[in-house]
Design a protein around this ligand. Sequence first.
Ligand code: PTT
Ligand code: SF4
Length: 604
Amino acid sequence: MKGYAGKLLRVNLTDGKISKEEISESMKKDFLGGRGFAVKLLWDEVKRVDPLSEKNKIILATGPLSGQMLPSSGKMVIASKSPLTGGYGDGNIGTLASVHLRKAGYDVVVVEGRSEKPCLLVIEDDQVRIVEASELWGKNTFDVQDHLEKTYGRNSGILLTGPAGENLIPISTVMSQRGRAGGRPGMGAVMGSKHLKGVVIKGTGSIPNADDGQLKALGKKGYEEIKGKESYDFWMRQGTMQAFEWCNENGCLPTYNFREGVFEFSKEMDGYVLEQFHVDRKGCPMCNMQCGHVIKDSEDQRAELDYENVGMLGPNIGLRDLRQVALLNRMADEWGLDTISLGSGIGFLMEASERGLIKEKIGWGDFVAAQKLIREIGMGEGTGSLVSRGVKAASEALGKDSYRWAMHVKGLEISAYNCHGCPGMALSFGTSPIGASHKDAWIIAWEIATDRFSYSKEKVEKLVEFQRIRGGFFESATVCRLPWVEVSFGLHWYPEYLEAITGIHRTWEDLYQIGDRIYTLIRAFWKREIPQFGRTWDFPPDRWFEEPHSQGKVKGVTVDRKKYEEMLSYYYQLRGWDENGIPLKQTLDRLELKEVAKEITGSF
Ligand code: PTT
Ligand code: SF4
């Protein structure tokens, strides 16, 4: 099939062996790329291993659309067995590394083993080297990015783990370009466990597409369409921060560890305040709607802000000063800590302190304490160490009723949408294949605009549709979904792009089928790795069922547990999974995953 480099690069850091393998036609046809390739490789090669042992593997995977001259294509999936959740983990990062990998002649890199000394993986077309990097160990991601740009050139693709990843902190992510982050479920720690400080990629070739002329013409039209969209100007002003005011108005801004949904100081830090402080815009390669807004933080350093980061490091910990939030955000980026898990962890500790469950006094909005906690979390020391393995582990250590307000699903912290009054979004978090991420189905906007409080079948069907498009298609074609989500860029473009690239005509129905295969295989992966995995893992925390907000639009509202159960059962039915959420044999057969059945039998 055209449109793929067709090669997988395998690097073993234990013995230094480097090999190149053909990617089979059936792999391309059945799994498309990105997340699809990642889960297939992890299913085949990573079986019941300790995520931080040398037996785990890191997959860097692009898809057929990645790095092409079409809107927002500079994306890459980073996946592994997660040290945070114990299940399938991945993230989607915007990075020059995506473009360069494709030009260097590879679609996927599999990194296995563990280097004796800290190292870098350097890929320059077909020259692939493992380079000792002891001098970079312990250094923050901004300094290392600067150093590597000086050494390998400003335009190089660079992926890095920070000091938190080196310290094997399970809430560490992978960083690129001083402000792009990907791999929330501990992908930074997996790199750290391999003594892999970073990956540098430089490619000079081209991608063998079926029809370059057609792709160029379609790509140009796509860029023009995006620029002409009504919502484009406002998007360029505020980017993802446009969600801040909307969430506050609708009672879903995570506030005081998700206790409330409106923040009394929201006007001091919303998208309009961001506009006043704005000094620069950054983003991923190939994008003409760049959303990274840079402001000067409270120490006058540059920091890039996104809604999730501000929601979790602002209202969720009671902090009201946007420039101070920016400083915490910058610290997270330097340490390579995921901002969502970090904000959730700090909020959890503040609540624990308020309830007298920990000795240290940490007040809501205490900026100095938050900085100290970030350093402790990154080091795995002191009070901060309690949440450096995530809030699930923290609540298990703390005991009492803290599990009720440890805000996670499957061990991954909930991103910045409070769902007391959004049962569809609660189910989206409950059924996301990596734990509580919004990436697979951001149904909340549709839900609030239609029938917010309903638990209808239609809502569950919409959720599955979103998962198919977002978690299935965008993660495996591996391009940014924001053109479609934020400025209503037409979905019809994507099968057209795919056809110009691969030479094969596929409908959205065909692409849904690939998405379903990917979801079902991820589900099987969880089951194989965690034998007790099942229905009870698909629930958000008790706080959403039991503790209503005291103010705002959804004051007094909670998610109805019985109705949530009914939605979940219908969700399983739509997916072809049993009442415990385990894929049925006939579903595995239908999705051509027959070989998977014997690995999860006993569940039937
Ligand atoms: C994503 C998650 C998000 S999602 C945000 S802000 W968001 C947080 N960003 C972090 C950060 O920054 N620094 C840090 N230390 N930790 C961070 N953790 C959080 O990580 C991101 C954009 C955004 S901004 C979103 S919604 C979209 N996500 C996409 C996706 O998942 N898939 C896809 N096909 N397209 C997407 N487009 C958008 O990309 P994770 P990025 Mg990200 C500073 O990685 O693990 O999936 O977590 O990649 O390059 O930073 O772009 O309001
Ligand atoms: Fe990257 Fe934002 Fe552009 Fe998407 S919209 S490609 S996240 S800069």
